[in-house]
Ligand binder design. Structure first.
Ligand code: B12
Ligand code: SF4
Ligand code: SF4
Length: 277
């Protein structure tokens, strides 16, 4: 449905495409990842294991998935935010909460869907649904998964967010116009990862990932992880910043205020309304 794709672009999504609502290709790899305990303490992956087998767990009779992507720069510089004064915050969080930005626009796209298909149904997913977003985005032609496990686009590198509109309508699927193999012999991210979380290409061992430890885990970091933290306060960008596909993209600026020196109430006032609030 060309008109919906056109509307998605008009709403500000630089990337959009449509995948068939089929079981994800790498489900076996996901299962092995889980069995090996590489999800760390993210128990929702265990609880929602079945749900990830097919997107019908999110929307009965789903036939198509409209995937959208928007560059960090567009969302984060859309308005000023206090988090921009801090240092050591990963790039994707240096501004307003991307979930809100994407969801509000996908709601408008859902209105269009209702207009075009009065008897059809649709559902929005941004981040939190048990749904392998990167894989449907790759199927829809938004990019290719790299060795750092992120989705890479020839123009936007990996610095873009994903969102989805699931639909009960049989929308015509799209694919990448030209095949794009981002990694070939490169292994910069694997070598640069400070903790060895990318010991195996395409497989993230969350138990070693600084992003996991500083964003998801609550409480003290294990000493061997803390020793590798450096100036990273929340999240880690190393496997993105060394990627040649991100080299020419403008970086969203960061501030100079040291968050390690702030008490928790002051810190919260800086984070509130961001993706980390
Ligand atoms: C949980 C989660 C995390 C966890 C785990 C990350 C991970 N790679 O799984 C943590 C907290 C560590 C994390 C970190 C980050 N995240 Co995150 N995260 C998610 C979330 C919510 C779920 C991802 C998921 O399902 N993981 C499960 C694993 C098993 O799946 P997988 O990596 O997709 O692939 C597996 C298989 O499919 C298979 N596979 C895939 N392709 C191939 C190819 C081959 C050849 C082989 C053999 C196997 C294989 O291997 C994997 C292991 O089995 C998604 C949103 C969503 N709902 O999808 C965002 C998401 C992936 N995160 C995102 C971002 C931005 C980040 C960070 C950059 C933030 C930061 N700077 O700190 C880092 C990057 C770290 C990294 N290298 O992945 C973006 C990525 C956008 C993009 N361009 O790809 C997403 C899509 C959020 C969004 N809506 O925009 N994240
Ligand atoms: S986010 Fe950091 S710690 Fe995690 S895989 Fe990437 S480079 Fe390694
Ligand atoms: S740094 Fe190299 S190996 Fe890693 S994702 Fe980018 S292109 Fe692929």
């Amino acid at each position: 449905m060309q008109q919906l794709l056109h509307d998605a672009k008009s709403l500000g999504f630089e990337l959009c495409g449509i995948a068939k609502a089929e079981p994800p290709k790498f489900f076996d790899a996901f299962e092995r990842w889980l069995q090996a305990g590489k999800h760390a303490e993210m128990q929702h992956f265990v609880r929602n294991f079945e749900a990830r087998k097919h997107p019908k767990s999110l929307l009965a009779d789903v036939q198509s998935i409209l995937m959208v992507g928007v560059s960090y720069a567009k969302v984060l510089t859309s308005e000023p935010h206090p988090i921009q004064q801090l240092h050591g915050i990963v790039e994707y969080a240096r501004g307003v909460d991307y979930h809100h930005w994407i969801r509000s626009r996908l709601e408008k796209l859902a209105d269009k869907h209702r207009e075009f298909f009065p008897t059809g149904r649709c559902r929005i997913a941004v981040d939190t649904a048990p749904f392998l977003e990167k894989h449907y985005a790759a199927e829809a032609g938004l990019g290719t998964v790299g060795k750092n496990t992120l989705l890479i686009h020839p123009q936007f590198g990996s610095k873009f967010f994903l969102g989805a509109l699931l639909s009960t309508e049989p929308l015509e699927s799209t694919t990448q116009t030209e095949s794009f193999a981002p990694c070939t012999h490169c292994r910069r991210c694997l070598d640069a990862c400070p903790t060895g979380a990318l010991a195996e290409a395409y497989i993230l061992d969350t138990r070693h990932c600084l992003s996991y430890w500083t964003l998801i885990h609550h409480g003290e970091l294990p000493p061997e992880i803390a020793a590798k933290r450096g100036g990273r306060f929340l999240g880690c960008d190393t496997c993105q910043s060394v990627c040649p596909h991100n080299r020419l993209l403008p970086a969203v600026p960061e501030g100079t205020l040291d968050p390690f020196s702030l008490d928790s109430a002051t810190l919260q006032s800086f984070l509130s309304g961001s993706a980390l609030g």
